[in-house]
Design a protein around this ligand. Structure first.
Ligand code: ARG
Length: 290
């Protein structure tokens, strides 16, 4: 009789890659207007606490071996802390945002100036409304593009032309998930996590076909902005308020690194909103032994 021992499931090796990020310190952060359902101008905001939480997030990235560049915050632009909305930077193209709401409009020029001053030029501007990495998420060679609340659908074609990459349109339907990065997070070059009910039926079908092994978030975790995470391919820096998602990511071979960002949630943003990835600036290096 042959005794066969149970097959061991090989552990999936998730390899991190060093990244370069831009982040804007929340020194002028308040909630003084409401442009998404998370914002209530009557809720008090503790700006010092927001700064402390932001500094911790920055330290986490640096401890993981990543580089963080700080953008100069501007008085009167409290949402500038959500740097992901400032633009999109891929190898060969940097595009500054054109914001949907006048409250954030001037941020577009500040981010464009910062990109130019930091060697990321020439900086492109789109004719159409788009809010940078809030609605454009790079997955390998493709760009997933949100629309429905902020970025206009027509601008997707402009981004495809400027970057030379395929852009896949996804329609958001729940106002709580007004930017793509509130409903979908990129784990590596071909894997994502997302919350299907945030998308139209057609977009749900597109995502199911493109990413059959995606991690699906629960309603509770999506509602805590758990999907608004930043992955380096191994570590997933995410809110401490989405425990089921953290477990699911661990099972998928990733290492969640949880942070508290409760003050910045009052503006409707989380980890990813505060983090703009600058691509094509550094050599991609394996930091698995760091
Ligand atoms: N208060 C900001 C707004 O409504 C929050 C932006 C959050 N950023 C993001 N990438 N989702 O525009």
């Amino acid at each position: 009789m042959t005794i066969t021992s149970p097959a061991r499931v090989p552990a999936i090796t998730r390899v991190p890659r060093v990244r370069t990020y831009a982040m804007t310190p929340p020194v002028h952060f308040t909630v003084q207007y409401a442009i998404n359902p998370w914002m209530d101008p009557t809720t008090p905001v503790d700006t010092d606490r927001a700064i402390a939480q932001w500094l911790r997030l920055r330290e986490v990235y640096e401890a993981l071996g990543h580089t963080v560049h700080a953008v100069d915050p501007q008085p009167g632009l409290p949402d500038m802390v959500y740097a992901a909305n400032g633009g999109l930077s891929v190898a060969g193209a940097t595009i500054a945002a054109r914001f949907a709401f006048p409250e954030r409009g001037p941020e577009g020029d500040h981010y464009a100036d910062w990109f130019s001053a930091n060697g990321l030029g020439p900086v492109h501007r789109t004719d159409g409304i788009q809010e940078g990495e809030g609605d454009f998420l790079v997955v390998g060679d493709r760009i997933l593009a949100g629309t429905g609340f902020r970025t206009h659908r027509d601008t997707h074609a402009e981004i495809a032309a400027l970057t030379g990459r395929p852009v896949i349109t996804l329609e958001l339907v729940d106002p709580r998930f007004y930017h793509l990065d509130t409903a979908l997070g990129v784990l590596d070059d071909d894997l994502i996590a997302y919350y299907p009910p945030a998308f139209s039926p057609h977009s749900q079908a597109v995502l199911a076909e493109l990413f059959p092994t995606a991690v699906i978030a629960t309603d509770a975790d999506a509602s805590a902005l758990g999907l608004n995470f930043v992955s380096d391919g191994h570590h997933v820096v995410m809110t401490d308020a989405a425990p089921a998602l953290a477990d699911a990511l661990r099972t998928a071979g990733f290492e969640p690194v949880c942070v508290e960002l409760s003050e910045l949630l009052k503006g409707g943003g989380g980890v990813k909103c505060c983090t703009l990835e600058l691509r094509g600036t550094d050599e991609e290096v394996d930091v698995s032994s760091a």
